[in-house]
Ligand binder design. Sequence first.
Ligand SMILES: [Zn+2]
Ligand SMILES: [Zn+2]
Length: 245
Amino acid sequence: MQYHLDTIPVWEALEKDTPCLFCAMHAKLEEQQIERSLGGSVMEPDERVRVNAIGICDRHHNQLFQMKNRLGHALMTDTRSMEVITQLEKLERKAASPVKKGLFSKGDDSSIAAELRRIISGCVICNEIDASMMRYYYTFVHLWKTDSSFRRKWEASKGMCIPHAAMVMDMAQSQLSGSKQTEFNKAVIHQLKECLIQDEADLNWFTLKFDYRNHDKPWGNSRDALERTANRLRGECIKSDAPKT
Ligand SMILES: [Zn+2]
Ligand SMILES: [Zn+2]
């Protein structure tokens, strides 16, 4: 797979010094895609054909709904539903034929349930975001390999989350030689561990602050430790502007 370099967003995200530069880039892409979906692209025939064929996942339906453009969202969902009805008509015919009971029939990917899941397995917005994220992982590995100022800046940064660390290590596997890959993996894991040690220490103090004896002691860096640690473990699942304590 050939990727293109896209250094500006990667440098910009690193310079923002967030707990995960990839989560920051993902959030920005998601915001752009949601706005774009409800903007002019709702009326573009090509775009509509793609939405009709692939659909939108639960997370992105929710985000579209929050945008309060009910007409745009309804138009997309209406024509997508028509497409799903066509697929259900085909599936209905298949469902009416007698079930063959075999030893391995459970979880069979030709089962009616599996076909039903397949109908709703895609998301046009996820697809767009994933394609850009692959370019960012590729660019990150390239900059790490070729630009010592980038590497130093990243090593001094707040790191990344575990899911994104795994994604960028996958990319490194296809882009770096054996010894460079070892060096890369070691650096990523070391940084993850150091960051999580700090998150955990802050989170531990956060829990101790609930003890009345610590009531007057300073919070230090622990106010956002809960969301920071959850986001480190699973990627940005809690927005950092969530209400504090
Ligand atoms: Zn992340
Ligand atoms: Zn999605």
